[in-house]
Design a protein around this ligand. Structure first.
Ligand code: ZN
Length: 209
């Protein structure tokens, strides 16, 4: 692809946006107050705003390989802090997707260098849910289930943070686990029952008053 095409696309986009709303960029320049924090995969086929049908300014986005929220990752922890404490988002979404290369790599036994520690977080999800996963004989179904369980565990990692726990109490912030089905384009709400999942471990992870 000719890189100049990108700048041409940009010019066309500006014209299109101004046709719809001639104040568009004046409004964008005034600042952001997104309602959503979206944590998703870096996969080029899964673009946050497009799949949610939302305009720029509506979603604060964090993407990395396999939509992970490792507790020691300064990047995702800073994003959560900024979104919850400063932007005061009311909804946090962790969105995984079927066909995730990161999750598939974590299911295979190969040395991937610097990716190893990152992918080990997914292997830990497998270990936590080994009984459920080992029961699934069909490899494709097992892969899908791990994608879903990974989303669930990353949601729990979000909930483990003090900022989110405080926002739960102060303003009833909501956390959701979603899957983007790359084969149909459908967004699936996993409807994770956090009350049920967290009932035995709340005491362990509660850190905010
Ligand atoms: Zn992915």
């Amino acid at each position: 692809m000719d890189i100049n095409q990108i700048f041409e696309n940009n010019q066309n986009w500006i014209i299109k946006q101004l046709e719809i709303d001639d104040q568009y960029f004046d409004k964008l320049g005034k600042g952001q107050s997104p309602e959503f924090l979206y944590i998703g995969c870096s996969d080029s086929r899964v673009s946050a705003e497009e799949l949610m049908g939302l305009e720029p300014g509506k979603v604060f986005v964090h993407r990395n390989i396999a939509n992970m929220v490792p507790n020691t990752d300064l990047n995702s922890m800073s994003v959560i802090n900024y979104a919850v404490v400063h932007l005061k988002v009311n909804h946090i979404v962790v969105c995984g997707h079927y066909g995730c290369g990161g999750v598939l790599a974590a299911m295979q036994q190969s040395d991937l260098g610097i990716l190893n520690p990152w992918l080990r977080n997914i292997r830990d999800v497998y270990r936590l849910h080994q009984k459920t996963l080992d029961k699934i004989e069909n490899e494709e179904e097992k892969y899908k289930k791990l994608v879903e369980l990974n989303v669930q565990e990353q949601c729990i990692n979000v909930i483990k943070t003090a900022e989110v726990q405080r926002a739960f109490k102060d303003r009833n912030l909501k956390v959701y686990g979603w899957i983007f089905d790359i084969h149909s384009g459908q967004l699936i709400d996993l409807k994770i029952n956090f009350t049920e999942i967290l009932k035995d471990i709340t005491q362990i992870y509660t850190i905010a008053d």
